[in-house]
Design a binder for this molecule. Structure first.
Ligand code: G3I
Length: 325
């Protein structure tokens, strides 16, 4: 896949193919990544919960080792993520000072090494309203301590702080279910439009793309339209965390999954403002969806390499879409 992405770029198409890297990155995983990908994300090692479990202390070892691996192998790094409502250690109080200090410290540490930062992650509820307080009968669509402390303004302030600290990094807003919940996309779209109108620095939107086997071709077409609307604002799109549950473990199940990977790759490559497609992990056995916190996220064999690292039909579907592009 990496060779195909290089070919596309040599023809003037700025597109990268990538993966999220788990903390226990084995040498056989490294071999796969070197061969197949040219942009990498830390699955957890650049989150505040890993970097700064205690106030004022910073542990960059995991992030640094991925940055070094990427540099040694001529790859880009996707930073994930400055501000999120989850995975926050005890000291995160959600205030503007706390937030800006954190972005300054971490952004300074990684300055110049990051192609694109997820500045704010998952700041909208599924109905397209801002995630401030929890909603849902059991409050399952959780609150954000940043929203509770600062209102929705924390989002633009985070982008302003991120631009200031690392002016050459692209800055994106990253979320899930945008392609399957039109109301959620509309909320994000209105925010991005408003940011562009007021010169708040934002370069793109990340579609996480955690999908299941019921994702349809019509959904993929909607995704293409959404990317076009963003492109019309001068805003890039990124597929940041793709995985697709299979309907079952049969060959047909793997082929269904492959079809969905193919649709999304094709849509991304047909959109000149779509910059990257990244999968969220390497082998099926490593996926967060094998044993997720919420049962509705559970999925069968969601990645493009099987447990032993062999290429699945989903891999070949991405490859075919890249060859055709
Ligand atoms: O590091 C500890 C380890 O010390 C301990 O022994 C172990 C026991 O459970 O837990 C380890 O931490 C876990 C960590 O993954 C590393 O494996 C956390 O409990 C667990 O919550 C964490 O889950 C990650 C989750 O984000 C929360 O940060 C998943 O790996 C990661 O795939 C997932 O990724 C998110 C994206 O950041 C945002 N979009 C959705 C996506 C999937 O939920």
């Amino acid at each position: 896949l990496r060779v195909l992405a290089e070919q596309l770029r040599s023809q003037g198409r700025e597109f990268y193919i990538g993966a999220a890297i788990p903390s226990n990155f084995s040498s056989s995983d490294q071999a796969i990544v070197k061969r197949e990908f040219d942009i990498v994300t830390c699955e957890n090692d650049m989150k505040i919960g890993t970097i700064s479990p205690n106030q004022g202390q910073y542990n960059y070892s995991g992030g640094d080792s991925l940055v070094n691996f990427a540099r040694a192998n001529n790859m880009l790094v996707h930073g994930h993520a400055f501000v999120w409502h989850k995975y926050n250690p005890w000291w995160v109080d959600g205030t503007k000072t706390m937030m800006e200090n954190y972005i300054n410290a971490v952004g300074t540490h990684f300055k110049g090494e990051i192609y694109v930062w997820d500045v704010v992650n998952e700041a909208f509820h599924k109905d397209g309203t801002y995630r401030i307080n929890a909603i849902g009968t059991n409050g399952q669509d959780g609150a954000s301590v940043f929203g509770q402390r600062q209102g929705k303004k924390y989002i633009e302030d985070a982008f302003i702080a991120a631009r200031k600290v690392d002016p050459n990094a692209k800055l994106i807003y990253n979320d899930y279910d945008l392609e399957t919940r039109p109301a959620k996309f509309e909320g994000v779209y209105e925010m991005v439009k408003d940011f562009k109108a007021r010169n708040i620095p934002i370069d793109g939107v990340g579609f996480q793309m955690h999908l299941g086997p019921n994702f349809t071709k019509a959904d993929a077409d909607r995704f293409a339209e959404q990317m076009q609307r963003l492109a019309d604002l001068g805003v890039e799109s990124y597929v940041t965390e793709m995985d697709v549950g299979c309907p079952d473990s049969t060959q047909n199940g793997l082929n269904k999954q492959a079809e969905i990977f193919g649709w999304i790759t094709k849509a991304c490559l047909e959109q000149p403002y779509c910059r990257a497609l990244q999968v969220w992990g390497i082998r099926d056995s490593q996926s967060w969806r094998i044993n997720p916190e919420s049962p509705e996220d559970r999925a069968i064999a969601p990645l493009i390499f099987n447990d032993s690292g062999a290429k699945k039909p989903a891999y070949y579907a991405i490859q075919a879409a890249m060859v055709e592009a």
